[in-house]
Design a protein around this ligand. Structure first.
Ligand code: G3I
Length: 495
């Protein structure tokens, strides 16, 4: 792990290093040492240094075309320590005709990564898309042999050069059933185990992933994958990780992201955010760019809160080079840098989440061991950090915000809900949401908020990172609860 870099770094203490505050900072630092907290002495100034200090990587996707754009690759090399080839290791690039392999473009990405001290996520070995037409013409009783030959040849070529492989990419339909692609038609669901076994035989040290989109929250699609992962592991199939692509729309990061990662991690799997972007309907205004910062911060914090979350990768570098406008006309600006390579609020939010660590949800049962001072055991579960606006002594302002509770999922004896907290015509700095359970329900787990209250009365206050909501904007928190699903009326006040 590289030491945090210096130079333009700022001290990570929230206290300004001037006058009496300097003494306070020194006391805080001494206290941290006395408590033996794993805190870097100084904030890192790049995503990769900050991520490495938290035991994670921060990656990007690059295509061969990107390698010719010096401003983009210089930025990538400065900020990221993991590279995913955008297209160059896919089947259409590597085996365009049967048995004829071409690894030239993929090799260029690998050598760029190696020469800049970056690792590589191999992407991908089996996918229904960017699949050359000839595969569709293979008799079904020969598809397994063709698939295994493709995997074996490619994974052997890159043996020792990739940290991880997306062995099976995007296998699920939205309803949680497997796609009826050529591999499924030939082998049923067994193609996934066969693919993982072939990849493991070819490169026993690579971490082997199933990667998909719209599986970031707890939903039908991620439930399907969760059941499959359980079954594969029970059979001893070499599955090591789940990739959550995370192609988000601004303001719509699922509130169950952390809980979802935790349930996969609880199976003994790594999890990774593999293709992060956060698109905005163009033109993007300043509140949307701020919300995008909130989104990036939430994603990074969710990863930091789950010890088995190994890293975050953005799908590209800057707004000028992204797949979004081509696929979602009218949308753009999904990256942490704009098209002039200037850092956006999203970059500052990601970096500060990595550096501060103060925003990991404080109620997570599987919190990262590298906690920050504000997460020290002495902190009351219901207390906000001292800088949080919600601890202001001023009187609460009713009507400044509103809150609505929505049921996301329910099962026998329990349910999951999402609460949307919306600012009125003025920005909100800190919020408190209250409601009363009608039928003895009890919260079992809550994220993106700090709960207190007792009996049927529930009070949830903002976390340090989601207290500020722009005028007309919103944020969400979520919970799981015991009992029958209910959507009581909630009130919201702001200090
Ligand atoms: O190579 C041809 C070129 O010869 C031709 O002139 C040109 C004309 O359109 O197309 C080129 O191919 C393009 C290819 O990227 C390489 O640049 C395809 O049209 C284009 O559709 C393809 O898009 C890629 C997309 O996957 C295809 O599904 C994106 O670059 C790539 O970023 C994207 O990545 C996927 C991940 O692999 C999986 N998860 C979703 C993610 C975003 O879609």
């Amino acid at each position: 792990m590289k030491p945090p870099s210096t130079g333009t770094e700022r001290h990570r203490s929230r206290t300004r290093a001037r006058g009496p505050a300097t003494a306070l900072a020194a006391v805080a630092a001494a206290t941290a040492v006395a408590l033996n907290l794993a805190i870097p002495a100084q904030a890192a100034s790049t995503l990769k240094a900050a991520a490495e200090a938290r035991g994670r990587y921060f990656g990007t996707a690059l295509t061969r075309g990107d390698l010719g754009i010096s401003a983009e690759v210089n930025l990538a090399a400065a900020q990221f320590d993991m590279v995913t080839p955008g297209n160059e290791m896919k089947w259409d690039a590597t085996e365009p005709s049967k048995g004829s392999f071409n690894f030239g473009s993929g090799d260029q990405i690998v050598s760029f990564a190696q020469s800049h001290g970056m690792r590589v996520r191999g992407h991908n070995l089996v996918w229904h898309a960017q699949l050359p037409a000839w595969v569709g013409g293979v008799p079904l009783n020969q598809v397994q042999g063709v698939m295994e030959n493709h995997i074996t040849t490619e994974a052997t070529h890159y043996r020792g050069k990739v940290y991880a492989w997306d062995v099976v990419n995007e296998p699920y339909n939205e309803d949680g059933t497997l796609r009826q692609d050529v591999f499924y038609k030939a082998m049923g669901s067994g193609y996934i185990a066969a693919a993982l076994r072939a990849a493991h035989a070819a490169d026993p040290n690579a971490k082997l992933y199933i990667n998909d989109y719209n599986i970031e929250g707890i939903n039908a699609k991620s439930n399907g994958l969760y059941s499959l992962a359980q079954s594969l592991l029970a059979q001893g199939v070499p599955l090591h990780g789940i990739g959550l692509e995370s192609h988000f729309i601004v303001g719509q990061v699922p509130s169950s992201l952390q809980a979802n990662m935790e349930r996969f991690a609880a199976l003994g799997l790594d999890v990774a955010i593999t293709e992060l972007d956060d698109r905005i309907q163009m033109p993007a205004d300043s509140s949307e760019l701020q919300q995008q910062g909130t989104d990036y911060g939430r994603v990074v914090n969710a990863c930091l809160a789950v010890p088995r979350c190994v890293g975050v990768s953005q799908w590209g570098v800057d707004d000028g080079h992204t797949w979004i406008p081509g696929t979602f006309p009218g949308y753009g600006a999904p990256m942490m840098w704009d098209s002039s390579y200037q850092p956006k609020a999203a970059y500052q939010a990601a970096l500060s989440a990595l550096n501060s660590g103060t925003s990991s949800p404080s109620q997570s049962p599987s919190q990262s061991p590298s906690q920050s001072p504000s997460q020290s055991p002495s902190r009351s579960p219901s207390a906000s950090p001292s800088s949080s606006p919600s601890s202001s002594p001023s009187s609460p302002v009713p009507g400044a915000c509103s809150a609505t509770i929505k049921t996301i999922n329910s099962w026998g004896g329990g349910f999951q809900s999402e609460v949307t907290v919306r600012a009125g015509s003025s920005a909100v700095n800190g919020w408190t949401v209250k409601w009363a359970w009608p039928g003895g329900q009890t919260i079992s787990s809550l994220w993106n908020g700090v709960s207190s209250g007792s009996g049927s009365s529930v009070t949830v206050r903002n976390e340090s990172y989601n207290g500020s909501i722009a005028a007309g904007g919103s944020t969400t928190f979520g919970f799981t609860a015991n009992g029958t699903a209910a959507t009581p009326t909630a009130t919201c006040t702001s200090p």
